[in-house]
Ligand binder design. Structure first.
Ligand SMILES: [Zn+2]
Length: 80
């Protein structure tokens, strides 16, 4: 019985360790994702369109998708 319990707790420990590793990996991926970019001037597209657009290249925010690479190449906020 004690053997069974220690096997279980070892297994749980392994699962817990795996989850922690996954959490750290996920955080590392998120931190490396420096393409996320929200610091650009926006203006309403207007008309019936509920969305905003970059006030420089006029591309809509949903298609920019908060990526520097989402702006048009002539835009000063564009970056690969
Ligand atoms: Zn732009």
């Amino acid at each position: 019985m004690s053997t069974h319990n220690s096997t279980n707790s070892l297994r749980l420990e392994g699962i817990y360790r795996n989850q922690m590793e996954n959490a750290y990996k996920f955080a590392a991926i998120m931190m490396r994702n420096d393409d996320f970019y929200d610091n650009f001037p926006k203006e309403p597209i207007g008309g019936n369109n509920p969305y905003w657009r970059c006030s420089e290249c006029k591309k809509s925010v949903p298609s920019i998708n908060y990526r520097r690479s989402g702006h048009y190449q002539h835009c000063s906020h564009y970056s690969k």
